[in-house]
Design a protein around this ligand. Structure first.
Ligand SMILES: *[C@@H]1O[C@H](CO)[C@@H](O)[C@H](O)[C@H]1NC(C)=O
Ligand SMILES: *[C@@H]1O[C@H](CO)[C@@H](O)[C@H](O)[C@H]1NC(C)=O
Ligand SMILES: [Zn+2]
Length: 268
């Protein structure tokens, strides 16, 4: 009898522990995986005057017995396509991209969808008054926030996406206000990074980049040109933001992924 109780106890403990293993949770079919990064190729969008993704097909050799060997080279600016801005980008004492700890790169992801308010307006700037609800603060635990302006649909058209004014070369696309950046860094100290589906955290017309300065001085990282062309649940997802680990980088190419429960929870 005692033997059975002990055995049953062991067995139930084992099953429970196994259910909770991350590997089992990931592959039990209850989660969707979203790729929030644009591809790197000749169409990848870079800021004017930055080396665009320069991809050189280097070697491609067919050998005996159907063997194949291929390898390429690429050159590119740090800040283009879907990429991360390290705090050092706008704050000299800040961390390089290669120094950012995994603890802040793999955290709950909150998406703030303001695309219907933006409604395709390249001069839209987000202020607190536009948010008709308080941002979810994730109960004070670390999280990343991505603002969806609805701009990914224009990504294949560089001129439209950046809002290039052909007369004076200025850029015109929506972005965050300094007010929002201050609000995040003072009221939401648990936010570790902020992303946007446009080319910059600051609006395209900005020349002094106060949003970058405010967020990065507070130690936050940025994510730009996030690919948000399908519906991703606003709450309940885990963000995995892994930039290329450039040791002294001010930023770098970013493979951003969201893992989301198929059944959106009402709270965390
Ligand atoms: C790019 O370079 C040109 C020529 O040096 C300059 O006039 C222009 O302002 C630069 N554009 C940006 C966005 O830095
Ligand atoms: C190709 O296959 C043949 C037969 O297995 C073998 O003798 C030969 O060494 C192979 N060649 C190379 C380059 O591996
Ligand atoms: Zn950047």
């Amino acid at each position: 009898m005692l033997f059975h109780v002990v055995l049953f106890g062991l067995f139930s403990t084992y099953v429970h522990a196994d259910d909770c293993k991350l590997n089992n949770v990931l592959f039990n079919g209850n989660y969707d995986f979203f790729d929030l990064a644009h591809e790197f190729d000749k169409h990848t969008i870079y800021w004017p005057n930055v080396t665009a993704f320069d991809f050189t097909k280097k070697i491609g050799i067919s050998g005996e017995n159907n063997t194949w060997y291929a390898a390429n080279e690429f050159e590119a600016g740090e800040h283009g396509g879907t990429h991360m801005d390290a705090p050092y980008h706008f704050y000299k004492p800040g961390k390089f991209v290669g120094e950012l700890p995994l603890e802040s790169l793999i955290v709950p992801l909150i998406i703030v969808d303001i695309s219907s308010r933006v409604n395709g307006d390249p001069n839209f700037v987000l202020y607190k008054q536009h948010l008709d609800y308080m941002l979810n603060n994730n109960d004070g635990k670390p999280c990343m926030i991505i603002f969806k302006f609805g701009w990914s649909q224009f990504y294949t058209d560089r001129k439209k996406y950046l809002g290039v004014n052909e007369r004076d070369g200025t850029l015109n696309f929506p972005g965050l206000s300094q007010e929002i950046a201050e609000w995040i860094t003072t009221s939401y100290k648990n936010v570790v990074g902020v992303g946007v589906d446009v080319a910059s955290l600051d609006p395209g017309s900005s020349t002094v980049f106060p949003v970058h300065q405010q967020l990065m001085a507070a130690g936050l990282f940025g994510m730009e040109n996030v690919k948000l062309d399908t519906h991703v649940p606003e709450y309940g997802c885990t963000g995995i933001a892994l930039p290329m680990k450039i040791a002294k980088g001010t930023g770098g190419p970013l493979r951003l992924v969201a893992i989301c429960p198929k059944q959106t929870p009402t709270k965390f």
